[in-house]
Ligand binder design. Structure first.
Ligand code: ZN
Ligand code: ZN
Length: 385
């Protein structure tokens, strides 16, 4: 991009010019450089955009202040002046009275498009691409973006005299309304282009391959430049892709780690053993349970998480062990549990004892280290005195 001219220079005004002077100069130059008056002249089209951009900044007190202090560097991301909606809104009022707002909207640089793309967790872990169909507006080639059949002309609207608005009311109270005859454009097309039906734009369907890296996170964005909407003569905008990584029914993501919960039975918890757990990309994977595995304990599977975007190293799969209390016992199971309960009454397991001891110590106010042996049958709230 060539170095940019000073905005004041572009509008041929002094740095102390007031709002009125800025507007006046802008109107004059915009009319002079308007593409309608200079069809096909690319140099003038560049001038025209330059003038628009300068005006867009200098008409806004905040932006002007920033520009005065920092120059072009202070003006943010859209240095080409091809901002989408903001630009259109900024110009709507003024252009409405000169050329017609909608008409002007088409003359701007292209609009950016937003595309939301859902990716499931496995796709996010692998990375890859998806082909999506995008429908976007492009300038109609048949009428060179005028909306009029080639050889015919766009006419000034007679109802509003090209103003795009009508004044209604009497005395002090007058309301501006968009002109009903031309829809606020200020012009009419007696013989509309058949291809675009006078809109000067056509819908184009296109398949675009959108790539995403392995380890992509929910809420990330990508930009595909040049795939936004284009106005005739204007640069196309960009396509912004918003990635949404869908939640998984079994795995929860935490950075590059995955978490999941795996239920085990009482006997598995007590005796230990090996169980198979699912992984996101690598099929079932065995994990070893300790003897006396406790509810909520974690078992890590290194490298079975998702890749980190920066380091490319994969995180871990963290398996949270959940000991399930059986609900529907068979008669035999019940028999065994009752037997177990009978034994437990007399012979408390070491861990259970230490728990009881700790409870006792808590109520007695003695530190846990010099706990004394308690009777096995005592209950937890026994020793309050
Ligand atoms: Zn009109
Ligand atoms: Zn057309």
């Amino acid at each position: 991009m060539p170095s940019k001219r000073c905005y004041y220079e572009v509008l041929s005004i002094s740095k102390s010019a007031d709002d009125g002077a800025i507007k006046a100069s802008y109107r004059k130059l915009a009319l002079e450089y308007h593409p309608d008056r200079n069809p096909g002249d690319e140099e003038v089209a560049v001038r025209f955009r330059e003038v628009q951009e300068a005006f867009e900044v200098l008409r806004d007190p905040d932006k002007r202040k920033r520009y005065d202090r920092y120059g072009h560097a202070g003006m943010g991301e859209s240095p080409g002046g091809g901002g989408g909606e903001d630009m259109m809104n900024a110009f709507g009022d003024l252009f409405g009275s000169i050329f017609g707002g909608a008409q002007q909207g088409r003359r701007q640089g292209g609009r950016d498009l937003r595309l939301d793309m859902a990716i499931d967790l496995a796709e996010a872990a692998r990375g890859g691409s998806k082909t999506i169909e995008v429908t976007r507006k492009e300038g109609c080639r048949d009428c060179s973006g005028t909306g009029a059949t080639p050889g015919t002309r766009v006419a000034r609207c007679r109802t509003c005299n090209g103003q795009g608005v009508l004044l209604q009311g009497q005395g002090f109270f007058r309301i501006q309304r968009p002109c009903h005859a031309c829809g606020g454009r200020g012009e009419t097309i007696p013989d509309p282009c058949r291809t675009c039906r006078g809109s000067a734009q056509v819908d184009v369907r296109q398949n675009i391959e959108v790539k995403f890296p392995a380890g992509i996170e929910d809420g990330m964005r990508g930009r595909i430049s040049g795939y936004g909407e284009a106005g005739p003569g204007g640069e196309p905008g960009d396509l912004y892709v918003f990635y949404q990584v869908l939640p998984h029914p079994f795995f929860q993501r935490e950075g590059s780690d995955l978490h999941c919960e795996v239920p085990i039975t009482f006997s598995q918890a007590a005796l230990g053993g090996e169980i198979m757990v699912p992984t996101l990309l690598h099929g079932p994977n065995p994990i070893r349970l300790e003897r006396g595995q406790q509810n909520g304990e974690k078992v890590r599977l290194p490298g079975k998480g998702l890749p980190n975007l920066q380091t490319k190293r994969s995180g871990d799969l963290v398996v949270h062990v959940r000991v399930e209390t059986p609900r529907n016992l068979t008669p035999r199971q019940e028999e065994l549990f009752r037997e177990l309960a009978a034994i437990e009454d007399r012979d408390v397991s070491p861990q259970r004892k230490s728990f009881l001891d700790r409870v006792k110590d808590f109520f007695a106010g003695t530190p846990a280290s010099d706990n004394q042996r308690s009777t096995d049958s005592s209950t937890s709230t026994g020793g309050r005195t």
